[in-house]
Design a protein around this ligand. Structure first.
Ligand code: BGC
Ligand code: NOJ
Length: 814
């Protein structure tokens, strides 16, 4: 069953009923100001950091679901009836409800008793504000006297304090109202130099800034007193709950259309110019007024929207593909890339499943997100790499996450996730191959955000690799630390205290438990660093990394192979995890994926064997399960993984993030059909027709789909913020379509399904546009290249001479 459809032409997902199984959301903003917006206009906004600079409130866990947002109410002055054109929060039955989620914007429209209302929400490029552009049309035969009410509830900036410290918060709220603009300025009197503004293009009939006045006592957003009576209270918030609402009267003749624009924005003043007049407590509005004036003009708003569309045209045109599979095309050409941008911007901070408070920018997460983003805006990828590296410790270890606003490593979450440092090597390698910009390696970067500790980025990478080698266990495999990629495989935690964090509690010294996953990852990272050293002309060093990789590979083959698949780990007692010898958790997906990605077992048949085991034991029609058999009870020595009921999350859920590793592995052994089949199983577009089962948005990946052991097998959860986005993008574009940046040029080595006649693609790489046509002339994956009409040896298209902007590539597969 579907709840909407893809409009590929307009690059939108169109939702045709408001009551989707879960709120289906979108993101506004791509630089500094961000908003989450659901298909019924729920959600909230923040500046840079969802925890520290939250503009508006949102209550998770609320009922009715998803209440609180970017809301507009309409009221018919003749009948007194009022409704929400976005359905929530009044939930009147609407005619012709439609929500179009596009790239960086959302349009929600409906008709109610002949009044058509459409609101376009977006954040213009280059400014920190969101625009709500409301178009009203009277489709009745007689004139309509309407009232429009806007509404937002302000958050007192720090979302954590806002949700907990009421004894203070209920007394600190402050606003100003000037020229019809509502300014939220809580704590501006003291240490903050920023405020929010909420403006309207029309003359106001009234306003409200105190929630209790607007709603009325004991009433909710579905029935505000001001809207019901058709008149604002002109309330001024002193403490309690500051909010913003404008009241505008609009009289429409039959057929007449009017626009009303609302702006919600964030603004900072220089610290020494906060007040006007100086010495007063009034906000200095001189710098914000021009911004407000600019976007209250309709032409400027339309132009800003066109600029946003053009921005996305540009980003999407970097890689476009035409295959015979519509789901592949749609995800590669539009939605997967878009999700990669959102993940790059927000890491795991703010979604409808991440509160924006707990998890900032993950070190591991952000490095992986970069893999799917680096070709889009390489300058931002560069900056991100340097920010991440600056949170690295001198040991080579890393803070597990940092706050986007301060860019400081977050102490509360700590470090010692022993895979973390290696991800930096993978992201830097991806950046270098994409851009050829070796200068980044010489950039001085601090350790632990401490000035004076600067060392070239290259040294950070050396220390990353060293970090693993300094921490090997009895089998010569890397010690796991708090956890590796699988945050829930906590082999040193041994927690028996309810509520204790599995990730930050350590009751064991951590000198025994080893990870085969990190071993595979080390081999991959060491090979990448060897290639980087080689590029820098450091042949001896490169050789050393190759030797270290080979040594680790030998350890994996000797102690990390279970007979038919790769072992997962050794626990704190030195016993196997992920072995046929175990009662539960006999086979895990992660080491199969990562060892093969690293090239282990490709020559001796073990890769094929491990993949056969994955197919037999882990594959389902809804995707590949993380491990089997699921843990049926809590195991003290395994930690959080066994805390989940069977079939969910890391305990035998289909943890989508890991699936593309298997797709890549299948491609590496030449199985195009199997690789693409796995790709399709979790492709959200391909799952659209079972939306009643999948339940999450059909246009973006979710972190997890419930596994076979779960009563709700096939149900997705935790959509949007997940490494699934970047890795699927890498799997399909670089390994199945086979178009991979390398130091020497663009490699084209497709491993596509046997029934594909070929495909066409364009890829912009280092400023050159490659027009690629691949044709199947035989059943295999052997590539013959013709570049600008001339045959070329191998599968790498050499970099063209300077000045050449277009290259035509023909690939024949036999
Ligand atoms: C989740 C993991 C997540 C971790 C972050 C756990 O509860 O299951 O997926 O990475 O929390 O701290
Ligand atoms: C989600 C986290 O964001 C990611 O870092 C981790 O690897 C996976 N969960 C698996 O636990």
């Amino acid at each position: 069953m579907r709840y909407g459809y893809f409009d590929d032409q307009r690059r939108e997902y169109v939702i045709t009923r408001p009551n989707t199984p879960l709120p289906w959301i979108n993101y506004l903003g791509s630089e500094a100001y961000f908003g989450l917006i659901s298909n019924t206009a729920g959600g909230y906004s923040f500046y840079r950091d969802a925890r520290l600079r939250r503009l508006t409130r949102y209550r998770y866990n609320n009922v009715p679901l998803d209440c609180g947002g970017h809301y507009i109410y309409l009221r018919d002055g003749d009948t007194g009836e009022f409704w929400s054109p976005s359905w929530q929060p009044t939930r009147h039955e609407l005619e012709g409800y439609i929500c179009r989620h596009g790239l960086g914007y959302t349009i929600i429209g409906s008709t109610y008793k002949g009044i058509e209302a459409q609101t376009r929400y977006f954040v213009p490029l280059g400014d920190s504000l969101e625009i709500w552009q409301l178009t009203l049309t009277n489709r009745r035969e007689e004139p309509a006297n309407l009232s429009v009410f806007s509404s937002v509830e302000f958050c007192l900036w720090d979302a954590q304090g806002d949700a907990t410290n009421f004894q203070r918060n209920l007394s600190t709220g402050e606003v100003e109202i000037e020229d019809g603009v509502i300014y939220h300025k809580t704590e501006y009197r003291e240490r903050r130099n920023h405020f929010a503004f909420f403006a309207c293009s029309e003359e106001l009939a009234g306003f409200d800034t105190q929630r209790s006045a607007f709603l009325g006592p004991y009433r909710g957003w579905d029935n505000p007193a001001a809207v019901e009576r058709g008149r604002s209270f002109n309330s001024e918030a002193h403490g309690w709950a500051p909010m913003g609402s404008h009241h505008v009267r609009v009289a429409l003749e039959p057929g007449e259309t009017r626009q009303v624009i609302f702006l919600l924005g964030y603004h900072e003043n220089p610290r020494d110019q906060k007040f006007d007049p100086p010495g007063s407590q009034r906000i200095n509005k001189r710098t914000v007024k021009p911004v407000i004036a600019r976007y209250l003009a309709r032409d400027n708003v339309d132009a800003a929207f066109e600029a946003l569309r053009a921005y996305w045209d540009g980003l999407l045109s970097i890689f476009q593909v035409r295959t015979l599979d519509i789901h592949t095309n749609r995800m590669v050409n539009i939605w997967n890339l878009y999700q990669c941008m959102v993940n790059f911007n927000l890491s795991r901070s703010a979604s409808y499943f991440e509160s924006g408070i707990g998890r900032g920018m993950g070190f591991r997460d952000s490095n992986q997100d970069l893999l799917g983003f680096v070709h889009m805006v390489p300058e931002r990828a560069r900056e991100r790499i340097l920010d991440l590296a600056a949170t690295q410790l001198e040991t080579g270890g890393a803070y597990h996450q940092y706050q986007p606003l301060t860019k400081w490593g977050n102490d509360e979450v700590g470090s010692n996730f022993n895979d973390d440092p290696l991800w930096l090597i993978l992201s830097v390698a991806a950046y270098l191959k994409e851009t050829g910009d070796g200068s980044i390696l010489n950039e001085p970067v601090v350790y632990e955000n401490r000035p004076g500790t600067e060392k070239p980025l290259y040294e950070h990478l050396q220390r990353s690799l060293r970090y693993t080698l300094d921490r090997l266990g009895a089998h010569g495999l890397p010690l796991i630390g708090r956890a590796d990629w699988n945050d829930c495989l906590n082999l040193n935690t041994f927690s028996d205290t309810p509520g204790e964090s599995f990730q930050t509690t350590t009751n064991k010294e951590g000198k025994v438990a080893e990870s085969v996953f990190i071993a595979g990852m080390f081999v991959l990272a060491a090979k990448e660093l060897a290639a980087i050293a080689q590029e820098r002309g450091l042949a001896d060093e490169a050789q050393r990394y190759h030797d270290e990789a080979a040594e680790m590979e030998a350890a994996v083959l000797e102690h990390g192979w279970d007979g038919e698949w790769f072992l997962r780990a050794y626990d704190d007692f030195g016993r196997k995890v992920g072995s046929h010898e175990c009662d539960e958790g006999q086979i895990f997906i992660e080491p199969q994926g990562f060892c093969i990605l690293a090239g282990i077992g490709l020559e001796d048949g073990r890769a094929e064997q491990a993949l056969a085991a994955v197919k037999e034991q882990l594959a389902t029609p809804h995707g590949i399960i993380l491990q089997q058999p699921a843990y049926s009870r809590y195991y003290l020595h395994l930690g959080e993984i066994s805390s989940y009921p069977p079939g969910y999350k890391e305990n035998a859920g289909i943890f989508c993030h890991t699936n593309p590793w298997i797709m890549i592995a299948e491609a590496r052994v030449g199985h195009g059909d199997q690789a693409h089949n796995y790709y399709t199983c979790i492709n959200p577009s391909a799952r659209e027709e079972i939306s009643e089962v999948h339940r999450c948005e059909p246009y973006v990946y979710a972190q997890m789909i419930a596994g076979r052991d779960a009563p709700t097998h096939g149900e997705a959860k935790n959509s949007w913020l997940t490494g699934t986005a970047a890795w699927n993008y890498v799997a399909i574009t670089q390994w199945i379509l086979g178009i991979r940046p390398t130091y020497a040029g663009l490699q084209i080595a497709p491993v596509i399904p046997s029934d594909w006649p070929g495909f066409k693609a364009t890829r912009v790489f280092r400023g050159v546009t490659y027009h690629i046509t691949a044709e199947r002339a035989g059943p295999g994956n052997t590539v013959s290249l013709t570049v600008d009409g001339k045959p070329v040896e191998g599968d790498v298209v050499p970099l063209p001479p300077a000045g050449q902007r277009e290259v035509t590539v023909q690939v024949i597969l036999t």
